[in-house]
Design a protein around this ligand. Structure first.
Ligand SMILES: NC(=O)c1ccc[n+]([C@@H]2O[C@H](COP(=O)([O-])OP(=O)(O)OC[C@H]3O[C@@H](n4cnc5c(N)ncnc54)[C@H](O)[C@@H]3O)[C@@H](O)[C@H]2O)c1
Length: 373
């Protein structure tokens, strides 16, 4: 019997050869349906270096020229957030499908314009919500579906982002850095991951949003707390610049809790002890020990098969996106979801700003009181 002929590979081009571009080019090389044909950066030397690292034939410092000459089917946009909207519009106008890094756009108004353009051009969009396709998150989703924690009631996401670390220091040291110019500042560039992990399980279109940001020793906000309230499910997000780098989400159900650690690539399950009283104090650490051994065995096996990669989620998402183009099926992340996440992000920053303004208005009065005293 003749083997089915695979569909031709899709021509991929990338714009923005900075930090995250390497991950895209590296993961694209592992996806059969992708052929990387060109890279582009406004700084030609960065485009040349990326092309040399990943053996890409086309090198450009101008998007229009790249679109006209390289004729990609799909464009990956890995430039700063404020450029995502205009660059996506250009790529769509040239007849390309677009994979754009998070955050999708500058705000929801721009997101609506981009989505309308994609729909009228009948082109597909993908947003870089790659952790939803990380093997550990997929495992968490299937455990929830299997009823391991009952009905989901609350999701708690924490992002530790040391401001003195590799990426934070660059932003903190340059007041004109593009991240500092975003409406939501540092958070707009960083909270997508912990936020969409919550929203993946909190389906409300308009959850109630309460958010507050704060400054430490810097002249821009570096700490953030968000509470989300849906009809049946709540969520809380903490961004801390003073704790160690970590990416953890806890999903609480009415019968148990799952803790997903993206860095350790582990899931811990917590349920009430079955044994009574003091016996339960033995049962719980025994269960934790057994679960730890299972996690170790699983990661060891994945390690031996070279399956542990920081950006596995990105590769899975990319493969799904390209498959949806080849087979003309639904995108892995819908346009409605991209818009919902963007809207909720807007609301978070609006609430933070309004609280800050209220605090600022309040300060002179307290100072007056101090003077009177
Ligand atoms: N998925 C993830 O885990 C992840 C991780 C890091 C960054 N990101 C996202 O990726 C995007 C880029 O972040 P980064 O840290 O790689 O930024 P970066 O500043 O390191 O790189 C951006 C690159 O884009 C180029 N550029 C800017 N404007 C351009 C234009 N108009 N035309 C051509 N080139 C242009 C710059 O010269 C630079 O080389 C951001 O939206 C960020 O949030 C995602």
């Amino acid at each position: 019997m003749n083997k089915p002929v695979p569909p031709p590979r899709l021509r991929m081009a990338l714009i923005g050869c900075g930090q995250i571009a390497d991950a895209h080019l590296q993961e694209a090389a592992k996806v059969d349906s992708v052929e990387v044909v060109a890279v582009c950066d406004m700084h030609m030397d960065l485009a040349k270096q990326a092309a040399a690292r990943f053996r890409v034939p086309g090198i450009y410092d101008n998007l229009d020229r790249m679109l006209a000459e390289a004729k990609p089917d799909v464009v990956h946009i890995t430039t700063p957030a404020h450029t995502h909207g205009p660059l996506t519009m250009k790529a769509l106008a040239a007849g390309c499908h677009v994979y754009v890094e998070k955050p999708f756009t500058l705000d929801a108004i721009e997101a609506e314009t981009v989505i309308a353009a994609a729909e009228s051009a009948e082109k597909k969009l993908c947003i870089g919500h790659d952790q939803l396709f990380d093997p550990t998150w997929l495992d968490c989703r299937s455990r929830i579906a299997a009823g391991q924690i009952g009905h989901v009631r609350h999701i708690e996401s924490t992002l530790g982002y040391p401001i003195s670390g590799q990426f934070g220091a660059v932003v903190a040291g340059d007041p004109r850095h593009w991240v500092r110019q975003l409406p939501g500042g540092l958070f707009q560039n960083t909270i997508s991951h912990p936020l969409y992990r919550i929203l993946d399980l909190l389906p409300d279109l308009h959850p109630r949003v309460e958010a507050r940001w704060d400054r430490t020793k810097y002249d821009f906000p570096t700490e953030l707390w968000v509470q989300l309230r849906g009809a049946e499910i709540t969520g809380s997000l903490t961004f801390s610049s003073s704790v160690y780098a970590q990416r953890v989400t806890r999903v609480y159900g009415d019968q148990g809790m799952l803790e997903v650690d993206f860095d350790a690539q582990t899931i811990r399950r917590h349920t009430a002890p079955k044994l009574p009283g003091a016996f339960g104090r033995l049962e719980m650490p025994f269960r934790q020990w057994r679960e730890g051994a299972r996690n170790l065995q699983r990661n060891l096996w994945r390690f031996l098969k070279c399956e542990i990669h920081y950006f596995s989620g990105m590769r899975n998402l990319m493969a799904e996106f390209y498959r949806s183009i080849q087979q003309d099926t639904e995108q892995p992340i819908t346009n409605a979801e991209m818009l919902r996440v963007t809207r909720i992000m807007d609301e978070i920053f609006a609430d933070c700003r309004s609280r800050e303004e209220r605090v600022e208005e309040f300060v002179p009065e307290t100072r007056e009181l101090e003077v009177v005293r």
